[in-house]
Design a protein around this ligand. Structure first.
Ligand code: TXA
Ligand code: MG
Length: 342
């Protein structure tokens, strides 16, 4: 299969750019498209044959449910039952935006294989002009996981999708780099209080400001039974082992020196300000303590590390506040819980 890229970056409103995407989707195919978080791989969520193609293209385990993307808030009631008052408040305040809400599923509408074996459905309205235009032109819901091959970081640029899915999907709609850079927050509205199943682009603080305390999975819950099914799968393991390290220039330099003494080549992911001359590769991910920049640049940096010959990757940590919670959640997974101490 040839993989075509159509760029809409500078003419978001141009209908022609979307026509091929709409045609492919209406005919039961898959299309990669940008959202404000990461690129998604979409298929019409009511078409089980189309949804099946998502799992095949990604190599995704078929028991991991997909998020349903909608272009208008009102569409929620077509796919969900018992939408609580708190959810309506969240939708009013934060949709479109990086927040996926899990509801009881309205039976018989969304394809069974999009939420395999689940009585619930995760729904979100993405805050990206290309995603919204596509959804509205299509006038159908899109089931869409992140558009990476299973085991790779989520794509934040069209060329990441191209690298992973070349020859496996017919079309990538290129809308430039995504803004948020980590996936949406998944909030289960079927529990009281609601439960954050996956920290993401919308912070816990912003949710709690609006609806009061929510429950959150513990930071390191490897032993716990995974509630967000996606949690039980290896998210992405960089080719070389990744270690989280204290965000301190001296500590990192010391660590790199130690590793160099052991003849190891080291790639470091850290803030713009640090100068780690000893490192074989240094990938800056934004100003010190700028968690938004870190989130936006993290996946790209991990992909860059994978293109080096590094034996080991060190990633400077951030605080578990704001979007830092999502960053640390992803880093812990990429590191499989490992920390580097000197
Ligand atoms: O930002 C995002 O959410 C991106 C963009 C493309 O929208 N999508 C994304 O999808 O990250 P995916 O499939 O890579 O991750 C979806 C996560 C998984 O951890 C999955 O287990 C969880 O959401 N999920 C989906 N439906 C669920 C449900 N009904 N109950 C519990 N968890 C659910
Ligand atoms: Mg994913």
């Amino acid at each position: 299969m040839d993989t075509e890229i159509v760029s809409v970056d500078n003419h978001v409103g141009n209908s022609l750019s979307y026509q091929r995407a709409v045609d492919i989707l209406k005919n039961g195919g898959v299309v990669a498209f940008p959202t404000e978080t990461v690129y998604g791989l979409g298929a019409v969520a009511t078409d089980s044959n189309a949804v099946q193609k998502i799992f095949e293209a990604k190599g995704r385990p078929s028991d991991n449910p997909l998020i349903v993307h909608i272009g208008n808030k009102e569409d929620v009631d077509k796919y969900a039952l018992d939408v609580p008052e708190n959810a309506k408040k969240l939708m009013e305040a934060y949709w479109p935006g990086p927040l996926t809400l899990v509801f009881n599923k309205r039976p018989g509408v969304i394809a069974e294989n999009a939420t395999p074996g689940f009585e619930t459905v995760g729904i979100r309205m993405p805050d990206h002009p290309v995603a919204l235009t596509l959804l509205r032109k299509l006038d159908l819901p899109l089931a869409a996981p992140s558009a990476n091959r299973s085991g790779k970081p989520s794509p934040t640029e069209a060329n990441h999708v191209f690298t992973d899915l070349l020859g496996r999907i017919p079309l990538i709609v290129d809308g430039g780099r995504t803004g948020v850079g980590v996936e949406s927050t998944v909030l289960d509205m079927t529990t009281v209080p609601p439960t954050i199943l996956r920290p993401g682009g919308l912070t816990r603080e912003m949710i709690e400001e609006l609806i009061g305390p929510v429950h959150a999975e513990s930071k390191v819950s490897k032993e716990d039974a995974p509630k967000a099914p996606g949690m039980k799968y290896m998210h992405y393991a960089p080719e070389s082992p990744l270690f989280i390290i204290e965000s301190d220039e001296k500590v990192i330099r010391e660590a790199v020196r130690k590793l160099n003494d052991e003849e190891k080549r080291v790639a470091v992911i850290g803030p713009d300000e640090f100068k780690i001359d000893e490192a074989d590769w240094y990938f800056p991910v934004g100003p010190l303590r700028d968690q938004e920049a870190l989130a936006a640049n993290l996946y790209g940096a991990i992909r860059q590390c994978d293109m080096t010959e590094a034996d080991i990757i060190l990633a400077a940590e951030t605080e578990w506040t704001g979007v830092g919670a999502a960053v640390m959640n992803r880093l812990l997974k990429a590191a499989d819980g490992k920390r580097f101490t000197i």
